[in-house]
Design a binder for this molecule. Structure first.
Ligand code: ATP
Ligand code: MG
Length: 582
């Protein structure tokens, strides 16, 4: 694989990075010293919501703005930490009054309104497990998740309740449906037995003094993105707060006066770990925008709210690139001082683009639902190598291992694995112990991704183990081929698969979508073939390229290569519950 040259920063940040003495800190690292930076409950327990909200009020930051919200219809609201404390206390009381117990599952199926944040943190205060779902889900994915998790409570809104009304009676464990009619947006009536959120919140007490979770109590469960197969319900502990906190501080470089924007929806783990927990545990103000993607609107949000730290995903960056280079020039984006990306490999081209058009390099970092928090990161202080995921967080011990779980040497590809025991490690897949157990080998947690570590200790993503292509004896990672293709000015996105072949075993086939203003035709296709052959070795360059309108993606924005493959081969599509439909 091609390793790109190091970019040396020319403009040092005005604030000094929170982490700089990396090697020193890494070699003397103890999680116990990070644990001391949290407040812990008066009884010695740990609760994510308490660390994210209440402790800031106790420390004189009651009036600091925690949330700046802009609704999809242009509504604007903001909430201080004290207001968050009261709303979440009230919601914890609502659940207590319903008789819920520690460990009960409480799911949200809501748009990105402030109330989803109140519900999630109120649920955590009450000791229940929160499970946020994408509001774009149809009835089947909602039913599957509520059924699998045995959820007792569903918090939703009138239009979304309408969408799933036929499945609600199929869920015997679901005892309560709470309806939030945000700003009276809907005229739909409540159905018999449904609870009116606004009424019960009005009646609920402002104080909730009974937070009783320990670090080992379960907190959040998330179904994985479904990129490689059926989503799995990974669940976590309150202990994750420790890693949320330190990754917010070191990997996102959050400082007290930052205005932070994470574009992820709470339906994806990034939207809870980094759109809720990490920024607020660090006491930082965050912007939440309810609407969907639009390049203009996004730049506008950054400009209008003076966003200083921005966390997004490669798919969004590629969409910004697709929208063209003129658009950002109309906005003042100068206050952004740090931007980071997660979810998919970040193509080097995207890093180069952001340097030119935002004046900042996107810092890639790697983690997954199961890890609960960032594990490998391009830190603010370090020179990034575009295309690399960066270096391990201090206290995290990854390795590159072979099929038997033995480490391979630097520069060689293998399975990306991590030594178990990190604070935000998942505790299981709900109702699937066998699958959980199958992820461990020879003292390693096997992530399902393949990677290479270089001699400087940087990790490079090769591909998901399931997506790696075996062609004429070469193993080819799709990322390398995709990254080469998107360097072509016409290409917006690329997805690469292995297509079965009687001689080579598999051949590399690429699907590409085009940027605005380019037309799909045979000439361009041939040009792309030649372009790829020029950039990649003969064995790696795609044998076939097909230009398509859009690539199939998950709701968290990941290219679903398994679907490209199934469609190519005329095979069943498998689980498509997380497929984005617009
Ligand atoms: P499923 O497990 O259901 O197939 P998923 O793995 O996409 O879905 P997530 O947990 O949301 O679900 O995604 C984690 C995965 O995303 C990682 O295992 C990796 O494959 C990919 N990923 C995340 N960050 C990066 C990154 N910086 N570079 C490359 N890949 C990344
Ligand atoms: Mg996964």
């Amino acid at each position: 694989m091609q390793l790109h040259k190091t970019i040396h920063k020319t403009n040092p940040p005005i604030l000094s990075p929170n982490l700089s003495e990396y090697e020193d800190i890494r070699s003397n690292f103890e999680w116990s010293s990070i644990e001391k930076e949290l407040d812990w409950l008066p009884n010695g327990g740990l609760n994510i919501a308490y660390e994210a909200i209440d402790r800031h009020c106790l420390k004189g930051n009651s009036n600091k703005i925690a949330m700046i919200w802009e609704g999809k219809n242009g509504e604007k609201e903001q909430y201080t930490f004290e207001e968050m404390r009261i709303h979440t206390n009230k919601f914890a009381n609502v659940l207590k009054n319903l008789g819920l117990n520690k460990g009960d599952r409480v799911f949200t199926f809501l748009d990105r309104t402030p109330e989803i944040y109140f519900s999630v943190f109120g649920t955590l205060k009450a000791g229940c497990i929160t499970g946020p779902l994408f509001s774009a889900f149809g009835p089947d994915p909602v039913r599957d998740r509520l059924e699998n998790s045995g959820a007792k409570v569903l918090i939703t809104q009138p239009d979304l309740r309408e969408k799933i009304k036929d499945i609600l009676h199929e869920l015997p464990e679901l005892k309560h449906v709470i309806i939030i009619n945000k700003n009276n947006r809907s005229e739909l009536p409540l159905n018999y037995g449904e609870i009116n959120y606004h009424e019960v919140m009005n009646e609920a007490d402002n104080e909730f003094d009974e937070i009783s979770t320990t670090r080992d109590d379960y907190s959040i469960m998330h179904y994985t993105s479904g990129t490689t197969g059926k989503p799995k319900g990974a669940f976590h502990r309150h202990n994750a707060a420790i890693q949320h906190y330190i990754t917010g501080k070191w990997c996102l470089d959050l400082h007290p006066d930052d205005i932070y924007w994470c574009t992820a929806d709470p339906g994806w783990v990034t939207g809870t770990s980094y759109g809720m927990c990490a920024p607020w545990i660090n006491g930082v103000t965050q912007v939440i925008y309810e609407g969907g993607f639009s390049a203009r609107k996004w730049y506008q949000i950054i400009q209008d709210y003076n966003v200083t730290v921005w966390y997004t995903a490669p798919t969004a960056i590629r969409m910004l690139m697709k929208a063209g280079n003129e658009v950002p020039k109309n906005f003042d984006l100068s206050q952004i001082r740090f931007c980071a990306s997660v979810g998919e490999p970040l193509n080097p081209e995207a890093v180069e683009w952001s340097k030119e058009f935002l004046g900042l390099a996107f810092h890639d970092n790697w983690w997954q639902t199961e890890t609960g928090a960032i594990m490998i990161s391009n830190f603010q202080f370090m020179d990034i190598k575009p295309g690399s995921m960066g270096k391990p967080l201090p206290g995290i011990f990854p390795g590159i291992v072979d099929d038997e779980g033995n480490e391979v040497s630097d520069g060689h590809r293998g399975q990306l694995a991590v030594r178990p025991g990190w604070p935000s490690m998942f505790q299981g897949y709900w109702n699937d112990k066998e699958r959980y157990d199958s992820r461990f080998k020879n003292g390693w947690y096997i992530t399902g991704d393949e990677a290479i570590r270089d001699k400087d200790g940087y990790y490079w993503f090769v591909g998901r183990s399931d997506d790696v292509i075996n062609t004429a004896g070469h193993l080819v990672g799709p990322f390398e081929v995709e990254s080469a293709l998107i360097e072509h000015p016409a290409v917006a996105e690329a997805g690469v698969i292995g297509k079965p072949d009687p001689i080579a075993m598999e051949v590399v086939k690429a699907f590409v979508s085009l940027k605005e203003g380019f037309e799909s035709n045979d000439k361009l296709r041939r040009e792309l073939m030649a372009f790829a052959r020029n950039k990649l070795s003969a064995g790696v360059a795609p044998r076939e390229i097909e230009i398509i309108e859009t690539l199939p993606k998950t709701r968290s924005g990941k290219i679903m290569r398994r679907l490209l493959k199934a469609r190519e081969l005329g095979l069943p599509e498998g689980d498509t519950s997380t497929l984005e439909d617009d």
